[in-house]
Write a protein that binds this ligand. Structure first.
Ligand code: TXA
Ligand code: MG
Length: 319
């Protein structure tokens, strides 16, 4: 198991020596390495068992430092950066040569984000190099939103976990770039599309293709618990699985008999931000029960509900 603590000097020291450190962000925990050190980057892919075609996001302390590593020239993206950074927004920007190709899987653009977490911002300011960090989970599994989640799965492979408590958004960042001179969203995430459109007008949604070369990590099947997961209407799913032991992840008032089931409620008050915070934690918890299957309520397709449904669809049994 890795050491867990709040010491950013220790974390900086390890990272500058080429080691892996898990860092807290407002979205999910990341598995960080010095983005300028190719050997350290290689060890991220090894620890996660992540395919090399899936590029990494680099994390920076402020917008001023972006120009050293990438070009933030598009005016619409500048507006987004100004409005939403630090925050759950990742921008795809033309990369400069200083960023090793292994970080971007050979693509000409690099994904850049300024996370909104005090400990990690402190660390980024201290270390003065960008940190490449995918979510700190084995490839394909549910993302971690607490230090203990990271330790349970990757603890043996990393040197330190910087403990920043529970992530207060709980969904990965929304990924935005430019294609055919249009602003496109490639991954739904912690920043709702509606918020983006309020600032720069309509955007193009390009999140569905698993072979989209602009977002190779947007695989059709991802974020999955080990147990079979079904999404839809809880009452219907309970009937369909009536012979099995069921873990239920619901939303809002429980309009079914909770007897005999293990129940997790994403938000009794139907609050989508609360549901986002709870989603990955409950998927993990449900996976760790003795249930045969996990069933989950499909959420309203608005605001963060869209990103939550996107994660659930990719995590669910593909039929
Ligand atoms: O909230 C987040 O974004 C978290 C925290 C740790 O910052 N990170 C995260 O990283 O979710 P990861 O590696 O699990 O997902 C990043 C995704 C990749 O799968 C890929 O689809 C996309 O970002 N991506 C990264 N670099 C890209 C690039 N150069 N071009 C296109 N897509 C890219
Ligand atoms: Mg991930």
């Amino acid at each position: 198991m890795a050491e867990i603590g709040k010491n950013t000097d220790f974390a900086a020291d390890l990272l500058l020596k080429g080691k892996l450190v898990s860092i807290p962000t407002e979205t999910v925990y990341g598995l960080a390495a010095n983005a300028l050190n190719e050997k350290a980057i290689l060890s991220i892919f090894e620890a996660k068992q992540r395919p090399f075609f899936d590029p990494l996001i680099i994390h920076l302390p402020d917008t001023e430092s972006v120009s050293k590593y990438a070009e933030l020239k598009d005016e619409r993206l500048q507006v987004l950066a100004k409005t939403f950074w630090p925050g759950p927004l990742t921008l795809l920007l033309p990369k400069k040569d200083i960023i090793p190709n292994i970080v971007t899987s050979g693509l000409a653009q690099v994904a850049v984000r300024i996370p909104n977490h005090p400990l990690t911002l402190q660390l980024l300011k201290k270390i003065k190099v960008p940190l490449a960090a995918p979510s700190a989970n084995p490839f394909g599994y549910v993302s971690p939103t607490q230090a203990e989640h990271v330790n349970a799965q990757l603890g043996a492979k990393i040197d330190y976990i910087l403990d920043g408590g529970s992530c207060n958004i709980g969904l990965e960042s929304t990924i935005v770039g430019i294609e055919d001179d249009k602003v496109c969203v490639y991954r739904l995430g912690g920043l709702a599309i509606e918020e983006i459109e309020k600032t720069i007008g309509a955007i193009d949604l390009r999140v569905n293709s698993s072979s989209n070369p602009k977002a190779p990590g947007q695989l059709k099947s991802h974020y999955s618990p080990k147990k079979p997961l079904y999404i839809g209407n809880i009452v219907e799913l309970l009937n369909l699985n009536s012979t099995k032991k069921i873990a239920v992840i619901c939303f809002g008032e429980e309009k079914f008999s909770t007897k005999n089931h293990i129940v997790f409620n994403l938000s009794v008050k139907e609050n989508l931000s609360e549901a986002a915070i709870n989603l990955f934690k409950f998927l993990r918890a449900a996976d760790n029960t003795n249930a045969d299957v996990v069933i989950c309520q499909k959420l309203p397709d608005v605001g963060l509900g869209r990103a939550i449904n996107d994660r659930l669809r990719r995590a669910a049994v593909q039929e």
